[in-house]
Every structure is written in C-alpha cells, then in structure tokens.
Design a protein around this ligand. Structure first.
Ligand SMILES: C[S@@+](CC[C@H](N)C(=O)[O-])C[C@H]1O[C@@H](n2cnc3c(N)ncnc32)[C@H](O)[C@@H]1O
Length: 272
C-alpha cells in the first residue's frame, strides 16, 4: 500500500521517468573500463534500474544486484529488467548505510546520484567498501551544484539554485558533494582514487525544456515550499518570480545552462 498522496505519487512518477532515461553507456562511461564478464556487481541506490541493466550487460553472466531504499523504485526496476529479458539482475530493498550482504561479496560497486543524499556519505562509502572483495573496484558519480553556467544569467535564476541547495542541505543532503568524491573515497579507505568531472548541458530546445521542467517542479514541490515558508527563506511571491524566471529563460532564443557531474573510482585494499 502506498502512503503517498496522489500529488506526491505524480511527482515521484515524474522523477522516476527522468531517472529511467539514464543509461550505463553515458552515466557509467567512466566505470565501464573496469568491468569484465563474470564480475559480481552492486548498483547502490539503483532507482528504476536503467543504468543497472546496462551494467548487467557488461558483466554478464556475472550476478548484478540493484538495491534502493524505495520499494516502488525497486518494483519498477524489477518489472523493466524482466521485460528487457535480462537474466543476471536481481533487485531488493536495502539501505546502503546498512547492507544485508556479507563482507567481500562483490567485485564492483557503483552508485550514481546517491552519495549527495546520504546524511553521512562516509558511512555509506565504508559500507560499500565492506561488501567489496579485496582488490574490488568502486565507481561513484554525483552532481556538484556549486558551479552553473547560465545564459541568460539573472539574479532570480541564481537565487532559485541557492534555494534548491539550501533545501537539500536542510534535509541532510550535500549539493556540492561532487568536488569531494575523491576526498571521501580516500577517507573511507579506498586506494588508487581518481576523480574527474563532466558538464551536463541544456543547449537544445528539448534540453532547455527539460531544464526548466526540472527547476519548475523543484520550486513547486510542496515540501520545499513549506520549508521555505517555515524557515522564512523567501516569500511565495519570490518563489513564483523564480519559477517565472526559468520560464523566461527557456523562452529566450539561445538559452543555455550547464552543470557539473563529478565521478571517482577507487580500489579496495588487499590486506594481510
Ligand atoms: C537520484 S536517485 C538515482 C537513481 C539511479 N542511481 C539513477 O541514477 O538513475 C537516488 C536514489 O537513491 C535512493 N536512496 C537514497 N538513500 C538511500 C539509501 N540510504 N540506501 C539506498 N538507496 C537510497 C533513492 O531512493 C533514489 O532512488
């Protein structure tokens, strides 16, 4: 039984549809060179599993497990994986900060868009290290909202990004975690840690429409609106001006926006 209201369900479904467009060849490109057939792999915070399916093809016939805290996402992932006829994946509800797997179960662990949501990212990364075999490989990828290229660039757009980030911090998340992935993997105990970043841009008509759709839905989220009101961060009119600023931005010929996604890889130490 879902405890969500129909509005919440609608927003959740929309977000799930956005995640479903992701795929391993793009989002996990930095990690694919580490993968080999027959590896066991964990996709932590797998969401609806579109990236997990691509990873499963790269390690087939190796066992792939996708885990997520959200049972509706796990249901979607299981259904999509089944329809795609991919046989080496299973999905389960699990918490990356307290995984049900024994030590050293996986050859590879991956997490896209997860670390920024963990109150203490170090706890999740140590748990991922625990379930990796000695010599196993980790790949993590997260956005960093501290840098945004915007054209046109207006105060209201900047204020809206700041508001979004403030809300994420208020909920225990980390909007600027991308730049810290290398440090976090080293602190958790991984070796041979390397990090890099890529821009994700909105520079086509469909891309600007997608960008404005995302910011509009964030700025209309009742939870954000209530928190902003309760904390006195902005008035309802100011939030409305921010929404309109994104609509005006997308309607500008030549509108462009670019945001950073960072990724890092590391190796579990071989002890003894
Ligand atoms: C932004 S989505 C990314 C989904 C997927 N990796 C992708 O890139 O399409 C983040 C996912 O992490 C899950 N999540 C958040 N905290 C978690 C935790 N402690 N353990 C497992 N999953 C978690 C959420 O339920 C959500 O589905």
């Amino acid at each position: 039984m879902s405890l969500r209201s129909s509005d919440e369900t609608g927003r959740h479904d929309k977000e799930t549809r956005r995640f479903r467009l992701r795929d391993a060849d793009r989002e996990a490109a930095f990690f694919l060179p580490f993968l080999k057939p027959r590896m066991t792999l964990l996709d932590a915070g797998c969401g609806p599993g579109s990236i997990t399916c691509g990873l499963a093809m790269h390690v087939a016939p190796g066992e792939v497990v996708g885990i997520d805290l959200d049972s509706t996402r796990i249901e979607t992932a299981s259904r999509d994986g089944h329809h795609a006829g991919i046989e080496n994946i299973s999905y389960q509800v699990d918490d990356v900060t307290n995984l049900t797997f024994e030590d050293g179960h996986f050859d590879a662990v991956f997490a896209n868009g997860l670390i920024e949501h963990l109150t203490d990212p170090g706890v999740g990364l140590q748990e991922l290290l625990r379930v990796l075999k000695p010599g196993g490989v980790i790949g993590v990828r997260s956005p960093d909202w501290g840098v945004a290229l915007l054209h046109p660039d207006t105060g209201a757009l900047r204020d809206s990004i700041e508001l979004r980030n403030r809300w994420q911090r208020h909920r225990g998340g980390h909007p600027n975690v991308g730049r810290r992935l290398r440090e976090l993997l080293l602190s958790a105990g991984f070796l041979d840690v390397n990090a890099d970043a890529m821009a994700e841009s909105h520079g086509t008509d469909s891309g600007t429409a997608e960008g404005v759709g995302y910011m509009y839905s964030i700025l209309s989220n009742p939870e954000l609106v209530a928190t902003v009101r309760d904390q006195g961060w902005a008035s309802a009119d100011e939030i409305e001006r921010m929404r309109q600023a994104w609509t005006a931005w997308a309607a500008t010929p030549g509108a462009f926006a670019s945001f950073f996604w960072c990724h890092a890889t590391g190796i579990a130490p071989v002890t003894g």
